[in-house]
Design a binder for this molecule. Structure first.
Ligand code: 7TS
Length: 413
């Protein structure tokens, strides 16, 4: 049934919902309400079809066969790289490295750029609101090198930039910052963070895991040195992601893994490495999922991120407005600039109990620390309940969440 209040002027949510088969399923006898989009988005039929098409019609290894299937697979694989380049406006396709996802992208930079450039006494700056994947690789590196990891503090979801300025010095070699917090939804002022880091002579990595699906990304305008994102949070398949790096940095970096495809010539004495981007893509890549990434990015571009964002912002405002009326509920993270995530705790109830009771009503949220334990420690809480929205969510679904929470609280309190 189409209800006018859930169709924004520009985005026909109900037409979009038809394109996501998973949204038709029932959970515990109720229609699925999927609010765990920050963990991973559901996939539109075009993405599912593209994967089936690849394995049905042109599955072959890339860059090595001269037969037709290998040529088709290689062309599709490289077309996907071009689509990713365009999606984040990198200046050249050589700057687009396929990875398994954001985690691998960050680890690649820590392992190669970090091993080469970080020395004892150097400092790396991250923030208090990082996902563990933008903390642990730097801890490992700092431990190995005798470098120091510093954190920009935050208050109620907003980074304290004055504190950041105090942390910056000639010792700072890298600033690695999450663009959009997965646990709070905060959009961080990365433009300013990047500018200040560059003035101090440091390089900057942006963790774009949560931002790439919601915001227009222009790595050249941002002037970041590295940018990492995951396909599966942009309506694409799992197991594939992109690391962007400025060409001159990537060229100067040692390889990540050694093996086939990343070499120019191997003798027993010495190996010379392949040109970019292949130097960083050892072995048979995840061809099928890489090919399909293009279908996902094209799908999002065709609908238009501005329209999607407009709709998601309406959902976020509506959800926040409804949630704060529940007794004992406290929203965690009230930054002025947020997208698509509302995290909250409720007095005297454990987030996990709420998660289980909501699941009994077919409502999927994430509960826990969201792989951001240092952030939870700032708030003195073990975790939150997180609802995160995508283009296919509706206000009626938020109403179901509110009803579900009211019923859960009646049972628990
Ligand atoms: N950085 C941020 C900000 C993230 O939100 C995530 C995943 C990652 C990095 C890691 O991405 P991956 O694709 O390599 O795993 N975040 C979440 C989440 O919020 N719930 O599940 C995964």
């Amino acid at each position: 049934m189409i209800q006018s209040n859930t169709i924004t002027k520009e985005l026909d949510v109900y037409a979009i919902r038809q394109q996501f088969p998973a949204l038709n399923r029932q959970v515990k006898g109720q229609p699925l309400v999927y609010f765990d989009n920050a963990a991973t988005t559901q996939k539109p039929q075009v993405v599912i079809d593209a994967l089936v098409d690849y394995y049905t019609n042109y599955n072959a290894n890339v860059h090595r066969g001269i037969h037709t299937l290998a040529e088709e697979a290689t062309a599709a694989f490289e077309a996907s790289r071009d689509a990713a380049r365009q999606f984040i406006n990198a200046s050249s396709r050589e700057e687009i490295i396929f990875t398994r996802g954001t985690t691998e992208g960050i680890n690649l930079v820590a392992y190669t750029w970090g091993r080469k450039n970080i020395k004892a006494g150097d400092e790396i700056i991250i923030t208090e609101m990082e996902h563990h994947s933008n903390i642990v690789p730097w801890q490992i590196l700092c431990e190995e090198k005798g470098a120091t990891l510093k954190m920009i503090p935050q208050q109620d979801g907003t980074l304290l930039l004055d504190e950041y300025k105090k942390l910056l010095s000639s010792k700072t070699k890298l600033v690695s910052v999450v663009h959009v917090s997965n646990a709070l939804g905060t959009v961080n002022p990365v433009e300013e963070i990047i500018k200040l880091a560059h003035q101090a002579g440091a390089k900057v990595l942006i963790d774009g895991a949560q931002s790439t699906v919601h915001l227009d990304i222009d790595v050249q305008a941002l002037d970041c040195d590295f940018f990492a994102f995951s396909s599966h949070k942009v309506y694409g398949p799992t197991g594939i992601g992109v690391l962007y790096g400025k060409k001159q940095l990537l060229e100067a970096m040692p390889p990540f893994q050694g093996g086939g495809e990343m070499i120019k010539e191997v003798t027993l004495e010495k190996t010379t490495y392949a040109d970019l981007p292949y130097k960083f893509e050892a072995g048979t890549p995840n061809i099928g999922d890489a090919v399909v990434l293009k279908a996902a990015l094209d799908y999002v571009s065709k609908i238009g991120k501005a329209k999607i964002r407009n709709h998601e912002n309406e959902l976020l405002a509506y959800a926040t407005e409804q949630l704060v009326q529940l007794p004992g509920l406290r929203v965690i993270g009230n930054a002025a600039n947020k997208v698509s995530v509302v995290s909250f705790v409720i007095d005297k109830v454990h987030p996990q109990d709420i998660g289980i009771l909501l699941d009994n009503r077919g409502i999927a949220v994430r509960t826990g620390h969201h792989c951001a334990q240092p952030l939870m420690a700032c708030y003195g809480i073990p975790g939150t309940i997180r609802a995160s929205f995508a283009m296919y969510n509706t206000k009626e679904e938020i109403d179901s969440l509110i009803t579900g929470l009211q019923k859960a609280l009646k049972m628990l309190l």
